[in-house]
Structure formats: structure tokens, C-alpha cells
Design a protein around this ligand. Structure first.
Ligand code: COA
Length: 261
């Protein structure tokens, strides 16, 4: 296992999987500025590290994934400071969304406010059965600032997103699953294993193709981008890469493909 030192997160690579653990359990892993920046650095490092196949983001302990942005940090912010906080966080969350390798949120407890937004910026979400989701910002006189108003609509549709965003209702893992907010629900004990199983499946397929999937699915949500055209361009670009030669040869030779990382 290789470990990179940070103050508020743990970042460990084991068997090709980078596990990023938000590590402020006494504050229910609330995201202060440094924590968000450290998550961004760890994900960027994982994206560049050829030994890393995929990334899991989780929270320390059994109570919280992340209970939101650190409320104590923005108590007396000006509008300009608020806008900057939002823009800085959005930038990091966008880099997670565009990571060319799979990023899975292992939601191990409260995923509130910025925590729910962090989970939504990941490519997939697996929840433990004690997980709780919600966007309670309206109770603070705020709106979500790390992409929550956009990604929640994308994931569960406008009507339910409006309801959760306006009421600040907290929902359990089963309801989140039913709404499509999470991909699957498991026990706390099996949570990380479940995420590893998904990443290990992806480890067997072409990394070039996986990176292409991330870009094309994202194009669906980009205003002004013709997703079908974008897909055709990306499909064409695959033929310039070795992976298609290896994948197609392996199929024709009835052997397992061996993609280079
Ligand atoms: N920002 C800063 N600190 C937070 C926090 C947040 N978003 N969420 C929890 N904490 C801190 C608490 O202040 C407390 O710290 P203290 O022990 O120094 O007082 C500690 O984490 C434990 O939280 P506590 O509220 O005592 O736990 P609880 O089990 O009674 O309640 C929650 C759990 C999640 C319901 C509650 O902490 C909560 O509502 N948190 C805020 C959620 C939120 O509004 N998030 C959106 C922020 S924009």
C-alpha cells in the first residue's frame, strides 16, 4: 500500500485502487476549504498515476460520509466571499466528474449539503444501509453551492429534486436507491468491497474507452454540445489508439484482452 500525506484526508493506493477518506470524524467530516483542496489534489494524483485504475471517496467512521460544507467557515461571509467559496468547490467537484478513471462515492453515513454534492459529483454512488442524504442549506438561508441544484436534477429529475432541495428532507439509503440517487445499497461492512468489485471489473476493460465514456456522458449535459456528434468524434478517436487493436484482436483470437495502462 502507498500512502500520500495530507492533513484532513487519507489517500491510500492498494491493488490499483485509490481510496480517499475524508478524515475529520469529530466534525462529521465537514468540508472546510483545505479538505476540498486536498480531495482535489488526491483525485488529480490518482488520475495521473498509471498504477491507479479507479478511485473510491468515503468518510472516516460509521456516522458520516460528509455532513456538509463546514458551516463555521462561512458564518460571516460577504457575497463575494460566498461566490468564491462556491466557485472553488465547484472547480474541484467538476474535476472529480471529469476524472478519466471511475470515481465511486462509498457513502457510509450522513451525506448532507456539500457531502451529498460530493457524492453526486462522483460517477457512481454506493450507500451503506445507514446512509442518509439531504440538502439542508435552505434551513441556513442558503442554496447548495457545489453543484447540487444542477446534479440532483440530472440524477433524479426535476420534480423530486425540487422537493428535496426546497424541503431539506433527509432521505434514507433505500429511498435514495429508489430515486436513482444511488446505484446500490449494501451493509457498512461490505461497502468498500462492493466499490472495489466495480472498479476491478472496469480494470479489465480498455482505459481509453472508459475515459471516452466519461467525456461522452458528460457531453449529454453540456449546453450547446451535440452529444451524438461528440460521441461519433470520440468513437473515431478510439481507432487511433492501441486499445482497439488489442481488444479486437483478443476477441478474434478468443483470448482475454490485455490493455496497457
Ligand atoms: N459544519 C461544521 N461542523 C459540523 C457540520 C457542518 N456541516 N456538521 C456537523 N458538524 C459538527 C458539529 O458542530 C459538532 O461539532 P462539536 O462537537 O464541536 O459541537 C460535530 O460535528 C458533531 O455534530 P452534532 O451536530 O453534534 O451531531 P448530531 O448527531 O447531533 O447531528 C447532523 C448530526 C448531521 C444531523 C448535524 O450535525 C447537522 O445537522 N449538521 C449540519 C448539516 C448541514 O446543514 N449541512 C449543510 C451545510 S451547508
Amino acid at each position: 500500500m502507498t500512502t500520500t500525506q495530507y492533513k484532513n484526508i487519507l489517500a491510500e493506493v492498494e491493488n490499483g485502487i485509490l481510496k480517499v477518506t475524508v478524515n475529520r470524524p469529530d466534525k462529521l467530516n465537514a468540508l472546510n476549504h483545505l479538505t476540498i483542496q486536498e480531495i482535489g489534489m488526491a483525485v488529480e494524483g490518482g488520475a495521473k498515476d498509471s498504477a491507479v485504475v479507479g478511485i473510491i471517496i468515503t468518510g472516516m467512521g460509521d456516522k458520516a460520509f460528509v455532513a456538509g460544507a463546514d458551516i463555521s467557515e462561512f458564518a460571516s461571509f460577504s457575497p463575494e466571499e460566498g461566490k468564491k467559496l462556491s466557485a472553488d468547490g465547484q472547480k474541484v467537484f467538476r474535476s472529480i466528474e471529469l476524472c478519466p478513471k471511475p470515481v465511486i462515492a462509498a457513502v457510509n453515513g450522513f451525506a448532507l449539503g456539500g457531502g451529498c454534492e460530493l457524492a453526486m459529483s462522483c460517477h457512481m454512488r454506493i450507500a451503506s444501509d445507514n446512509a442518509k442524504f439531504g440538502q439542508p442549506e435552505v434551513k441556513l438561508g442558503l442554496i447548495p453551492g457545489y453543484g447540487g441544484t444542477q446534479r440532483m436534477v440530472q440524477l433524479i429529475g426535476k420534480g423530486k429534486a425540487m422537493e428535496l432541495l426546497m424541503t431539506s428532507d433527509m432521505i434514507d439509503a433505500a429511498t435514495a436507491h429508489q430515486l436513482g440517487l444511488v446505484n446500490d445499497v449494501t451493509t457498512r461492512e461490505l461497502l468498500i468491497e462492493k466499490c472495489k468489485t466495480i472498479i476491478n471489473k472496469i480494470a479489465a476493460v480498455s482505459p481509453v474507452a472508459v475515459a471516452g465514456i466519461v467525456k461522452c456522458v458528460d457531453a449529454y449535459y453540456e449546453p450547446g454540445v451535440d452529444g451524438f456528434n461528440f460521441e461519433a468524434e470520440e468513437f473515431g478517436r478510439c481507432f487511433a489508439k492501441d486499445d482497439v487493436k488489442e481488444g479486437v484482436s483478443a476477441f478474434l483470437e478468443k483470448r482475454k484482452a490485455n490493455f496497457k495502462r
